[in-house]
Every structure is written in structure tokens, then in C-alpha cells.
Write a protein that binds this ligand. Structure first.
Ligand code: KG4
Ligand code: ZN
Length: 325
């Protein structure tokens, strides 16, 4: 079995996965959403302190599995440096205490593998990752062959939902709140501009849209918020489908996946489904419970890394706030 730890942002999570069967034997997550909500976003130092309390509490529950552990895996990048270090320090302690190897996992690969929890992996795959920290498109041939073909130049898709929600006083995280409000609103009422419409570059940008929404919110009454949320969600999604449509002209998709916390967005799921129809491409989505950060996805990557003996020594396992993908 492998014990996996996730602490890259505001979720403290630990899982136990069986190597041979990929079965998830234990998974627990303590989310800090409530604590950060009053600030309208994640406060790194507060997050670190909460991880320091929560992770040992969850680890205690894993004691019955200790004798069967073959490795300990942990998210080592990307993420908030002060929170990554909490998970990595605990993983190192487990590695020393139980004399088992360490596996450092990239959080973005974790999100890709959230598709394969308790399942076989499917490659090749074109992946749209939409989370609070990232918006990027990757061509994934295997665990070792991942090419990023487009990224956000500024804010991420999920982050733009968080910021719009903050403007409307809806707390954190903003995605679910904006989605709920948008369902009651008119998507066509506010004519926000689709970002990078005339730029041929395959890239994303959400800061301009965020500022346009800010101006609209400042002029609006709270009764208009549902229409702003709906129009914002529509354009934020259209930006993704517009860029993907262009990319598909030369790279027709066969297996396409949406992963990351914001892949739970229902409007996005419907629009991507429609976009894929002419190509008869398969759409892969994670179970809703595994879209947002969790340790099960880290454990699932770790199984494939374990089989390839991709271990990192105690001295060499370091954190990195930026991803190399
Ligand atoms: O993957 P995740 O849990 O953390 C990061 O790795 O960043 O993603 C969290 C992000 C937040 O920005 C949250 O607002 C967004 O995912 N999110 C959503 C929805 N549910 C969560 N965004 C849009 N619509 C949703 N339904
Ligand atoms: Zn994430």
C-alpha cells in the first residue's frame, strides 16, 4: 500500500491506496474553506497552521495500515510554499519512521490521474486543467510524456470565479456560488468581451474579463448580480471553447478530459461536450468528489511512479511553488 499526502493549498488530505489493485482503502480530507471564506481567498500562513493541526490528526487514523506501507507519496509542487512544506515534512517523518521510500508527486499530474482513481490509466489524452491555480491544455502520452500546449498568461479560470464571487460578497471558494447564481441569470444581458479573440496565440487570459466584471458590479444593484454571474460564466467558458476549437482544427481530439476543481462546473461540461460532438471524441471527467484537491489522486500517480521506482531521497525531496509542466 501507498500512503499519500496532499497539502498544496487549502485541503489537508491523506489516502491509502493498494498498489496491486489500485483500490482506495482510506481517504480523508479536511477542507479549510470556512476559515478562508471571510478573507475571500486563501491566506497562506493560516492555511499552513491549519495543515499542521489537521494532517497529524488524519495520519493517526492510518495507523492500522502502517505495517503494510511500501512507500509514502506527497505533493511537492506546485502550490503554496508554506503549505507544501507541511505535507513534505510529514511525509519525510513517515519515510524515516517506517523506513519506506519517498515519492514526490506533481499536483497537476495528480489532477490528471484523478480520472484514473481505482481505474486503469488511458493514454493518449488531451487534457484541459482548470483549477484555482492553473488553466492549461496538455497533451498526455504517458506519465513521463506530458507537453503543455497552452497556459493562462495571468489569472486562472477558477481564480476568476473566486475573484468575481469576492466582488459580490459571496465568500470563498467562488466557483460553486457563481455557478448557482448563474443558473438563475441571463447569460446574454452583459456583453463582456471574449478574451484574446483576435490573437492567434493558443493561450488564456482572465484578468481583462475580471476587470470588466468589476466595472459592471460597481455600477449594478445586487439584483443584477445573477445576470452578471451568468454572463461572466458564459464568456469565461466561451474563451476556453473558442481557443480549443481553433486548436482542434489541426489537432482533432480523440480522448479529451477536463480535470481540476473547476471541472465540476456544469456549464463548462455541457459546452465542452458540444464542442467535442463533431469529432466524436470521448470525454473523460473525474468523479465530482475527486475534481477538487484530494490525496487519492496523488496516491494514484504514486502507484505508477512506484512501479517505475521513481523515488526521491530524503535530502533531494524539495518543494517548488511553480510547476515544471
Ligand atoms: O483543484 P482545486 O481544488 O485547487 C487548485 O488546485 O487550485 O480548484 C479549486 C478551484 C477554485 O478556484 C474554485 O472556485 C473552483 O476550483 N471551482 C469551480 C467550481 N467548483 C470549484 N469553478 C467554477 N465552477 C465550479 N462549479
Ligand atoms: Zn488542485
Amino acid at each position: 500500500m501507498i500512503l499519500s499526502i496532499e497539502s498544496s493549498c487549502d485541503d489537508s488530505a491523506i489516502s491509502i491506496t493498494q498498489i496491486a489493485t489500485k483500490k482506495l482503502l482510506f481517504h480523508k480530507k479536511i477542507s479549510q474553506e470556512l476559515e478562508h471564506s471571510v478573507y475571500g481567498g486563501v491566506v497562506p500562513e493560516l492555511a499552513a497552521r491549519l495543515h499542521a493541526e489537521a494532517l497529524p490528526k488524519i495520519l493517526e487514523k492510518c495507523e492500522p495500515y502502517f505495517k503494510d506501507l511500501k512507500a509514502v507519496a506527497v505533493t511537492s509542487s506546485p502550490g503554496l510554499a508554506v503549505t507544501l512544506i507541511e505535507g513534505v515534512t510529514l511525509a519525510k517523518a513517515v519515510s524515516v519512521a517506517l523506513d519506506i521510500p519517498l515519492i514526490g508527486v506533481n499536483h497537476l499530474i495528480g489532477h490528471i490521474y484523478s480520472l484514473f482513481i481505482e481505474k486503469e490509466a488511458i493514454f493518449p489524452l488531451t487534457v484541459l486543467l482548470v483549477s484555482g491555480g492553473h488553466t492549461q491544455v496538455m497533451e498526455v502520452k504517458s506519465l513521463n510524456e506530458i507537453t503543455t500546449v497552452a497556459k493562462s498568461m495571468d489569472d486562472s479560470f477558477g481564480e476568476s470565479f473566486d475573484k468575481v464571487a469576492k466582488m459580490m460578497g459571496l465568500g470563498y471558494p467562488g466557483g460553486p456560488a457563481i455557478q448557482a447564481l448563474a443558473q438563475e441569470g441571463d447569460r446574454k444581458r452583459y456583453n463582456f468581451t471574449v478574451p484574446l479573440l483576435r490573437t492567434p496565440k493558443f493561450a488564456f487570459s482572465y484578468s481583462g474579463l475580471k476587470n470588466a466584471v468589476r466595472l459592471a458590479v460597481e455600477k449594478a444593484e445586487p439584483t443584477d448580480y445573477k445576470d452578471i454571474a451568468a454572463s461572466f460564466e458564459h464568456i469565461a467558458t466561451k474563451h476556453l471553447t473558442h481557443k480549443l476549437k481553433k486548436y482542434f482544427q489541426n489537432h482533432p481530439p480523440k480522448n479529451f478530459a477536463i480535470v481540476g476543481g473547476a471541472s465540476a462546473n456544469l456549464y463548462l461540461r455541457v459546452q465542452i461536450k458540444e464542442l467535442l460532438q463533431p469529432y466524436k471524441a470521448n470525454l473523460f471527467l473525474s468523479d465530482l468528489q475527486y475534481c477538487s484537491d484530494n490525496a487519492a489522486m496523488i496516491g494514484r500517480v504514486a502507484i505508477d511512479m512506484y512501479k517505475k521506482k521513481r523515488f526521491t531521497s530524503l535530502e533531494d525531496l524539495d518543494i517548488a511553488s511553480k510547476s515544471n509542466l
